[in-house]
Ligand binder design. Structure first.
Ligand SMILES: Cc1cc2nc3c(=O)[nH]c(=O)nc-3n(C[C@H](O)[C@H](O)[C@H](O)COP(=O)(O)OP(=O)(O)OC[C@H]3O[C@@H](n4cnc5c(N)ncnc54)[C@H](O)[C@@H]3O)c2cc1C
Length: 272
């Protein structure tokens, strides 16, 4: 989906595909930030990528998007830059993918040509709920760790959980964790996998849960003091991983924008 010059403005994508007389397609463009876009340190491209490309423009001047499955070994498909200095999420690779006169057969088109806007929107909704669930896992682990550490660690002859300021870190984290859990499960239960149309809550839950996870990870580091800041206690990694969730799959600002737009169209959602 994302490109070097088009992230939040995803429909501005410039990667394009044109159909040939024999029904195959030629794709040109670059995709950026692709998770698992390469599979090893040598930069071997992924086996298969799910690619959105512009294949026309509709009456309103908006991009018509088509989905392609591009496979390693197809002419013109290669990996570009490897992104190696990420703050977090270092267990997955991230890379640029390059399509230079890449020829893809007709059977590798997913759905009907020009009709993938709906796939893209629906997949983003799923992704956002998934990333909110990932945030929930980060929050749970951090809450566990800060809670047990607050019992184990003593200062001034007392367990640190007896200090009011530590209680604030734990108490607020618990309440936020429970709120995000309820919102994640509620949204996941209501989502209809075959349809788009859940943007208000898929944006809302990601907006809330990602920042809550980052804040809970931050408190876990604080409760653990110097030990929280180093790798052995894991919570610093959780903090670094949580930060990406405020950016990938849509930035916080894009969720704020979408929610405000959707509530204008459907103010009744507030009472539902
Ligand atoms: C580690 C990592 C993995 C990723 N994996 C993938 C992947 O697998 N596939 C994929 O397609 N993408 C992936 N992404 C890309 C990610 O989705 C984009 O980084 C994200 O959508 C933001 O796009 P951008 O980085 O171009 O920022 P920009 O869109 O340039 O935004 C920069 C800033 O401007 C703000 N902004 C932009 N437009 C508006 C607006 N209209 N109103 C208010 N604020 C605005 C943004 O919120 C942000 O704060 C990944 C990114 C990272 C870092």
């Amino acid at each position: 989906m994302s490109e070097p010059d088009y992230g939040t403005d995803v429909l501005g994508m410039q990667t394009n595909a044109t159909i040939r007389d024999d029904g195959s397609w030629v794709i040109n463009g670059r995709k950026m930030w692709i998770t698992n876009g390469i599979i090893d340190e040598d930069g071997t491209p992924a086996d298969v990528v799910w690619l959105y490309a512009r294949t026309g423009t509709d009456d309103r001047g908006r991009a018509e998007i088509t989905t392609f499955l591009v496979e390693r070994g197809m002419d013109g498909f290669s990996a570009g830059q490897k992104i190696t200095d990420k703050l977090g999420m270092r267990a997955s690779t991230t890379a640029e993918l390059v399509f230079e006169d890449c020829v893809v057969p007709a059977e590798n088109v997913v759905g009907k040509p020009g009709e993938s806007m709906i796939h893209l929107m629906r997949n983003l909704e799923h992704e956002r709920v998934g990333l909110a669930a990932m945030s929930l896992g980060i929050a749970r682990r951090c809450l566990h760790d800060m809670n047990s550490y607050a019992t184990e660690r003593e200062a001034f002859g007392k367990q640190i959980r007896d200090f009011g300021q530590i209680q604030r870190h734990i108490g607020e984290s618990w309440a936020e964790y429970r709120a995000m859990r309820a919102y994640v499960y509620d949204t996941a239960r209501q989502i209809e996998l075959s349809e788009a149309g859940h943007r208000l809550d898929s944006d809302g839950v990601k907006l809330y849960a990602t920042t809550a996870a980052k804040n809970i990870a931050d408190r876990a580091i604080q409760v653990m003091g110097g030990y929280g800041y180093v790798g052995e206690y894991v919570v610093e990694r959780m903090w670094r991983d949580a930060k990406l969730l405020e950016i990938g799959g849509g930035t916080l600002e894009s969720h704020q924008k979408n929610i405000t737009k959707d509530l204008k169209r459907d103010p009744g959602a507030i009472d539902s």
